[in-house]
Design a binder for this molecule. Structure first.
Ligand code: SF4
Length: 275
């Protein structure tokens, strides 16, 4: 069986940057998981003594706190700084941008609508910057009951599918006097999604590698399923069921933006050796 990697996959600019920052700040802790990949986080802990705290109040004066790639809630950042914690910001610049837009638009009197997952740390952070509050939606149906005013600002989670975002914009535009649509979906997401779309159209079986809680990996998996019913989201080679490859000719592989190369290589090697 032939194995083909997507033209664009894996580590993005923001994740590479965050890992470099963590490696440069040995003996520190991140507030929340730095990226959505537990194996890479374990490597940083083992090799660089970069720990993890899920509670920002555990950081004491003079200690170093690395802010995760997805960003954190505005008030928590202020409290960390106020309590004398040495804050090292590894928030991806593509996440800082929607935070700034949320604040600016909210202060300018727009109703801020965010297309994304309310429970995701990135969205908790972005929402917290909207000074007068924001509404998070996951699809057009969430908009039907909303009483939005004339001026609406629309922001997307960086990892969302473009087609879904356009649907939300198309619903809002004819119903409001002014709708400002910000393209906050990041380039890495665009490129990885486009590449998985292309590959899944011709592959007999698709393997998408990434953390189960990784939003961008889930989006890649969803796109892959649209074109190849035989698509599987795995975290590493241990999740592989070799029955998936029986009588298949082409296996396509892609990976989320927080999946390190060494995990992808392990998967490729396991499939090559066993199929
Ligand atoms: S997927 Fe995009 S927004 Fe998220 S960390 Fe990577 S570059 Fe930044």
């Amino acid at each position: 069986m032939k194995i083909e990697l997507a033209e664009s996959y894996g580590f993005c600019f923001g994740v590479k940057r965050a890992i470099k920052i963590a490696e440069e700040n040995k003996n520190s802790s991140t507030y929340g998981p730095l990226i959505h990949n537990s194996k890479e986080i374990a490597r940083l802990d083992k090799d660089y003594k970069v720990g993890l705290s899920e509670d920002f109040t555990t950081f004491k004066e003079g200690e170093k706190a690395i802010v995760r790639t997805h960003g954190i809630v505005k008030d928590e950042l202020a409290q960390l700084k106020d309590s004398g914690v040495d804050v090292v910001d590894a928030t991806c610049p593509f996440v800082t941008k929607p935070q700034e837009i949320a604040q600016e638009m909210s202060e300018a009197g727009y109703d801020v609508v965010i297309f994304g997952d309310e429970a995701h740390p990135e969205i908790k952070g972005v929402k917290s910057y909207a000074t007068h509050g924001a509404t998070v939606v996951t699809n057009v149906f969430d908009l039907i009951e909303l009483k939005l005013r004339d001026r609406v600002a629309l922001i997307a989670q960086t990892t969302r599918k473009v087609e879904d975002y356009i649907e939300i914009a198309n619903y809002l535009i004819p119903r409001h006097k002014e709708v400002r649509v910000f393209n906050t979906i990041c380039n890495a997401t665009f490129e990885n999604q486009e590449a998985v779309r292309k590959l899944s159209k011709k592959a007999d079986v698709m393997i998408i590698i990434g953390g189960k809680n990784s939003s961008n990996t889930k989006q890649l998996s969803s796109i892959s399923h649209d074109f190849c019913a035989n698509s599987h989201h795995i975290e590493d080679e241990n999740d592989i069921d070799y029955a998936w490859f029986k009588d298949k000719k082409l296996c396509g592989i892609s990976a989320g933006a927080s999946t390190p190369d060494w995990i992808i290589q392990n998967v490729v090697d396991s499939i090559s050796e066993n199929c």
